[in-house]
Design a protein around this ligand. Structure first.
Ligand SMILES: Cc1cc2nc3c(=O)[nH]c(=O)nc-3n(C[C@H](O)[C@H](O)[C@H](O)COP(=O)(O)OP(=O)(O)OC[C@H]3O[C@@H](n4cnc5c(N)ncnc54)[C@H](O)[C@@H]3O)c2cc1C
Length: 395
């Protein structure tokens, strides 16, 4: 079966694909989004949307809808580096810099609902397996869903299908940088944890963070070097996760009345960037560049890609620019905007022990109100990240 020709097929309808669908549909383009998962299917995440991502949601008019889902606002942060604690309420423009850590079941469903409300179509449980190529240009996708095998023809195919992108593989998009897996993490949901905001604790080469999320739950992540990975089997994983948390007194204290209500899940993300476009195809979000979750950049970056790509596609599809040149412009902007974050994420994910100079600086920062405010502001992302990221020269 072959569908009608549409302007854009977007493979993957989450943080990159759904906002892109929304932005194109509201400009009048015929958009077909496909995803092999049902909308709002859970996916592993620390959930934190840093300030740039929150600002993007505000600009799209979606922040109040997110708040209405019951997502707790994060207005305080406590960052503990080997016992040096920087704590307070980050500010932006004289007001609280509120951020959020929504369950992806809620966030992704909200993004998809908005795209559909603007006119984008969605095929759920539809898995793309092939690209349609005509005269050397990608001209659609083939895949299978509840209606059986279907071909969808489009002027442009967007791969917003995550770090194991099928579109990138089928289009033979070259990997331009691959730093491999630098860290591993374990995640669990806890009930009964009462924290006034986010808490992050660094000890040795491990980092632990507690993020309040939906349903009164707190997602607690443990990041550690890959060589410390526990032995095989679920119980070894759970034992390693819980004992690693409980051996840090400050974390043990925070979890004292808490109960682990989910099986801990493990993640090990490659840090890699791909070339972003070719004839008739383009990549957005994790499909084009993915990195360790340690810097919590991925959601904000996927939102940013959606915004830049929507403008480029609008120019290319409306004829105000040549399509391939518009896509090349998007790719150049993406690289310019994301390269620093990619580099400092890799740096953070190496989990090297903090240097004495950095820790001494933190002691001074902790005793100085203005320096504390500036540090927290950079942590949440209110300042444009420097090339060294929010941790600066920490080794
Ligand atoms: C453990 C972990 C913790 C993280 N924590 C954070 C955090 O705290 N903050 C943050 O900003 N980022 C975090 N990230 C990164 C963030 O999750 C990603 O950057 C973000 O989800 C990227 O969005 P995306 O839309 O590009 O891809 P995805 O969210 O991966 O969505 C891709 C979609 O494509 C669909 N798909 C894939 N292949 C096909 C196919 N062949 N056919 C049809 N559909 C397909 C998938 O079903 C999926 O729904 C974390 C990542 C991990 C792994």
């Amino acid at each position: 079966m072959e569908g009608d020709l549409c302007d854009v097929v977007i493979v993957g309808a989450r943080c990159a694909g759904a906002p892109l669908g929304m932005l194109l549909a509201e400009r009048g383009y015929a958009v077909e989004m496909v995803d092999r998962n049902p909308t709002g299917a859970d996916t592993l995440s620390t959930h934190w949307i840093r300030w740039p991502g929150v600002q993007q949601l505000r600009k799209w008019g979606l922040l109040s809808a997110l708040e209405k889902t019951g997502c707790p606002p994060i207005v305080r942060a406590s960052l503990d580096f080997e016992g040096r604690v920087i704590a307070g309420g980050p500010q932006a423009g004289g007001a609280e810099a509120v951020t959020y850590a929504p369950r992806r079941t809620e966030l992704d469903a909200l993004l998809v609902a908005e795209a559909r409300a603007k006119g984008a179509r969605l095929r759920e449980r539809f898995s793309v397996t092939h690209l349609i190529v005509v005269d050397g240009r990608v001209a659609g996708v083939r895949g299978a869903g509840p209606d059986g095998a279907v071909g969808l023809r489009a002027r442009v195919v967007v791969g917003a299908d995550g770090r194991n992108s099928t579109v990138a593989r089928l289009a033979k998009s070259p990997v331009v940088e691959d730093r491999g897996i630098l860290a591993r993490s374990l995640y669990g949901y806890w009930s009964g944890v009462v924290e006034p905001g986010v808490r992050v604790v660094f000890r040795g080469r491990r980092g632990i963070s507690l993020w309040p999320t939906h349903d009164g739950l707190t997602v607690v992540s443990l990041v550690f070097p890959p060589e410390e990975a526990p032995g095989p089997g679920r119980s070894a994983l759970t034992e390693f996760y819980v004992s690693s948390l409980r051996e840090v007194p400050e974390v043990e204290q925070a979890l004292m009345n808490g109960e682990l209500v989910s099986r801990p899940r493990s993640a090990a993300v490659r840090n890699a960037r791909r070339h972003a476009h070719g004839p008739g195809w383009v990549l957005a979000g994790d499909a084009g560049h993915h990195k360790d979750p340690v810097s919590a950049q991925g959601i904000s970056d996927a939102f940013a890609d959606a915004g830049v790509l929507a403008d480029a596609l609008d120019a290319g599809l409306s004829g105000s620019a040549r399509l391939d040149e518009a896509l090349a412009g998007y790719a150049a902007t993406r690289d310019a905007q994301r390269l620093a974050a990619f580099a400092y994420t890799c740096e953070q994910a190496e989990l090297r022990p903090f240097g004495t100079d950095f820790l001494d600086d933190l002691t001074r920062t902790a005793g100085d109100t203005q320096a504390t405010e500036a540090f927290l502001k950079t942590f949440v992302g209110c300042d444009a990240p420097s090339d060294a990221g929010w941790l600066g020269e920490s080794h």
